[in-house]
Design a protein around this ligand. Structure first.
Ligand SMILES: [Zn+2]
Length: 233
């Protein structure tokens, strides 16, 4: 019974500490972090997109103004003085346009970088999410295996419990509560396997002479002591 209970706590511990659980937690953490990165990258990309639109608008305005001036100039319906002013403004507009086009180019380069970074992060996130999905399935399989073992050990335990009888079972359960889950221990080479203490000569005599169905306790720790062929009695 104690062996089965020990096995059950081992299985419970195993269920809690399955490596598949850690693997899944890592993927989920990574995925959450990447999701934040993707949101940030998406915001950055749309910010740059707005910058590009603004830069395009700026260039367009200057270009339209230059076209208007050029059309007026080409019409010939302007005085010499106005023509001189228009030419001078056209020159300044050309300088302004080329400066704005440089800005536009720089912003477009940044837009490309932002887009590349976003696409890369989205790809990475998809990969990590796929890995997490696999890890989740692996964990489920591992848990199912442990649960199957637990069920089989529980069935064994029920059979043993029926054979042990209520009175001894209560004693055993009380001893287990008192001794951190280890309520009964075998006596091996005159040593209690519960507290590792060697039994003194008087106890050994008592243990040896007790009837086969007597419930014995360790003198040191008071755990139920089970005699075995290796007890050294
Ligand atoms: Zn003991």
């Amino acid at each position: 019974m104690q062996a089965l209970d020990t096995r059950l706590s081992q299985l419970a511990h195993r269920r809690r500490t399955l490596p598949e659980r850690t693997a899944l937690a890592e993927r989920e953490q990574r995925s959450a972090a990447l999701r934040d990165d993707v949101v940030r990258a998406r915001t950055a990309a749309s910010d740059v997109e707005r910058e590009v639109a603004r830069a395009e608008r700026d260039v367009d305005q200057v270009r339209q103004r230059a076209t208007r001036n050029q059309t007026r100039l080409d019409s010939g319906a302007v005085s010499a003085k106005d023509a001189a002013a228009l030419v001078s403004e056209l020159e300044s507009l050309a300088r302004r346009q080329s400066a704005l086009e440089e800005v536009e180019l720089e912003v477009m380069e940044r837009q490309e970088l932002a887009q590349t970074s976003l696409v890369g992060l989205e790809q990475l996130l998809a990969e990590v999410d796929a890995e997490a999905e696999q890890a989740r399935a692996a964990l489920e399989t591992a848990v199912t295996e442990v649960d199957r073992d637990v069920e089989s050990v529980r069935a064994d335990r029920e059979r043993v419990a029926a054979a042990v009888g209520d009175e001894l079972l209560d004693l055993y359960e009380a001893s287990r509560r008192e001794h951190g889950g280890l309520g009964a221990a075998p006596l091996r080479a005159r040593r209690c396997e519960g507290c590792r203490m060697e039994q003194d000569a008087m106890s050994i005599g008592r243990l040896r002479d007790a009837p086969e169905d007597a419930v014995l306790r360790c003198e040191e720790c008071e755990r139920i002591l089970v005699r075995t062929p290796e007890s050294g009695l």
